[in-house]
Design a protein around this ligand. Structure first.
Ligand SMILES: *[C@@H]1O[C@H](CO)[C@@H](O)[C@H](O)[C@H]1NC(C)=O
Ligand SMILES: *[C@@H]1O[C@H](CO)[C@@H](O)[C@H](O)[C@H]1NC(C)=O
Ligand SMILES: *[C@@H]1O[C@H](CO)[C@@H](O)[C@H](O)[C@H]1NC(C)=O
Ligand SMILES: *[C@@H]1O[C@H](CO)[C@@H](O)[C@H](O)[C@H]1NC(C)=O
Ligand SMILES: *[C@@H]1O[C@H](CO)[C@@H](O)[C@H](O)[C@H]1NC(C)=O
Length: 526
């Protein structure tokens, strides 16, 4: 190596050192503070009805998951697209009967505006888990943002990385006292209740949902068989009643002369002409979709959440009355349940890409975009890791037992997370530095041995952009989200509030205001 090359490299080294030093000094933080103030002072409230609403649910994406995913995907100084939204709040997620909720009860709060009991969807607190008779009472069943949107002439849709019959989407279109009733096979024989899949295909509002994409073929078609590329989910319902709800969905659209398409892989999704398709059913897996890092990205493989979101918006935006779309990053939660933190962080990064896609395709003057989680998870981020350390590495060693521990841990976990051994009559925690903690399948250690990682009852953040986004601004009940969508999009129970507010102003305020109103009316008559 010549002398000049050595000098150049040394110079470069010094420059890099200097940059990284400068980037954290007082001038850096001051400049950042000023920029932030400038941006904050320029925030303009968009105080008008929203033509479209897209609600993104990061299932299980609690505050700890967002922070850890940000460091994993963007570095600690970076931000996800939704973290740049200027309207934020927190949501209280408890359900009607539990301080720590499940995804069905929280979906019912978010989409139907009522707190429900654990594991029930689209029904109110009068329906206990498994109580079919109570769930059939019309007074216990409540409409969702999808019903409200359809009644107002808007197009509606949802996309998810889970089964389309799974907990979060089910509250959009079904009323059930048991989230496991995804198909007939998990229901008591002769039950007068209808399974979730049949409610989606046969009933309203399901029959009129224009975009349905996700997994769940095993709940829609009978006797599907497992393959290595697309295995059956043995935790879920497997339909065996001889019905084929996918064909029945197509038949219904043919009879009603509606342009429609059923698709099941990447190739068909990318070739689909959204301009010529009003009803789209995409079922890409028997169970949930594969995790984003593990999915086959080729023509016969499964799409990303961003891919599905893009096509959904293309189909729905043709309606001049606008649309209501729900997008769920459902595998964040599934990854946490299995105790694989890296998978959950990776799914959160993929979830953000779907949000970026939606932001790219919409105008903030007419589309309200809401991003939130349904509930948090028992992920813990602790232990004074160095700034330059990977979020997946060991943070430090415990001064007590001298055993290292990772930055990410779980409060509760399955047998793969609960890692202790007995050494010389002493119970000792396993040493994680002996494992590859960067692995997608590494299981972070948990304090408590459970059958799986459980949810957490911590508040979740809600981020909003577009018309009426400023209505999220403090600590709210989770049910508030449904009412903001109703109010902002002028649909559902608060539909007439915009106009009645104006008339209230005319009728009940001080007499001079009445005169002013009269003057305006007379002026307009002229
Ligand atoms: C589906 O499987 C079930 C149980 O395994 C069986 O009883 C039924 O006959 C099968 N149905 C069809 C249509 O093959
Ligand atoms: C999914 O998105 C990626 C990245 O934008 C793109 O390369 C790919 O073609 C898309 N696939 C489908 C099926 O739309
Ligand atoms: C990370 O930073 C710490 C202290 O800030 C330092 O001791 C360590 O050598 C750094 N490690 C790497 C890999 O740069
Ligand atoms: C086991 O523990 C006892 C008591 O602390 C100690 O005296 C002994 O050396 C230990 N044996 C080994 C093999 O570490
Ligand atoms: C750590 O490595 C050991 C030895 O290979 C293995 O038995 C264990 O399952 C690993 N633990 C985790 C959490 O991956």
């Amino acid at each position: 190596m010549s002398f000049s090359v050595v000098v150049f490299i040394f110079g470069l080294f010094l420059a890099i050192q200097n940059v990284s030093y400068c980037s954290d000094d007082i001038n850096y933080w001051k400049k950042l503070g000023l920029e932030d103030i400038k941006k904050s002072r320029e925030i303009k409230i968009i105080n008008k009805p929203a033509k479209n609403v897209i609600i993104f649910i990061g299932d299980g994406m609690g505050p700890t998951t967002v922070t850890a995913s940000r460091i994993y995907g963007k570095t600690e100084k970076g931000n996800f697209a939704f973290e740049k939204f200027t309207n934020l709040g927190l949501l209280k997620t408890y359900s009607a009967d539990k301080l720590v909720p499940d995804s069905c009860s929280t979906a019912t709060a978010l989409f139907n505006g009522v707190k429900a009991n654990q594991k029930t969807a689209g029904v109110d607190q009068t329906v206990r888990y498994n109580d079919c008779a109570a769930s059939l009472k019309p007074s216990a069943q409540h409409d969702s943002i999808i019903d409200w949107g359809q009644a107002a002439g808007k197009s509606t849709g949802f996309v998810t990385t889970t089964r389309v019959t799974h907990a979060t989407p089910s509250a959009l279109y079904a009323h059930t006292p048991n989230r496991k009733w995804e198909c007939e096979n998990t229901m008591p024989k002769g039950s007068p209740c209808k399974d979730i899949a049949k409610q989606l295909i046969e009933d309203l509002p399901g029959k009129n949902i224009q975009v349905i994409m996700g997994g769940g073929r095993q709940c829609l078609q009978s006797n599907v068989t497992s393959t290595d590329a697309d295995p059956i989910d043995t935790w879920s319902c497997l339909s065996t009643d001889g019905r084929d709800l996918i064909r029945e969905w197509e038949k219904d659209k043919i009879i009603r002369k509606l342009s429609h398409a059923f698709i099941e892989n990447n190739e068909q999704l990318s070739k689909l002409d959204a301009e010529k398709t009003d009803f789209l059913l995409g079922i890409f897996a028997k169970g949930h979709l594969k995790l984003d890092y593990a999915r086959d990205k080729g023509p016969k493989g499964m799409p990303s959440l961003a891919n599905m979101t893009e096509k959904a918006i293309e189909v729905l935006r043709k309606n001049k009355n606008g649309y209501i779309l729900m997008v769920e990053g459902g595998m964040i939660d599934q990854s946490h349940h299995r105790g694989h933190a890296r998978q959950a962080l990776d799914e959160t990064v993929a979830f953000n890409l779907a949000i970026e896609k939606a932001l790219e395709m919409t105008n903030e003057q007419e589309t309200l975009i809401i991003v939130t989680a349904d509930h948090s998870h028992s992920l813990v981020f602790a232990g004074y890791s160095d700034r330059n350390n990977s979020i997946l590495n060991v943070a430090q060693s415990s001064p007590m037992d001298k055993i290292p521990y990772t930055s990410l841990l779980y409060g509760t976990g399955g047998p793969n997370n609960f890692q202790y051994h007995i050494d010389n009559n002493t119970v000792l925690r396993n040493d994680p530095s002996k494992n590859n903690t960067q692995d997608f399948e590494y299981s972070q250690q948990s304090a408590v041995l459970n059958d799986e990682v459980t949810h957490s009852g911590t508040d979740v953040a809600i981020y909003a952009n577009g018309p009426m986004a400023h209505l999220f601004n403090s600590v709210h009940e989770q049910t508030y989200v449904a009412y903001v969508i109703s109010y902002a999009a002028n649909i559902g129970p608060l539909k007439t509030l915009h106009s009645s507010e104006n008339s209230v102003l005319c009728h009940f305020s001080a007499s001079n205001l009445i005169i002013l109103c009269l003057a305006v009316i007379i002026f307009q008559l002229n």
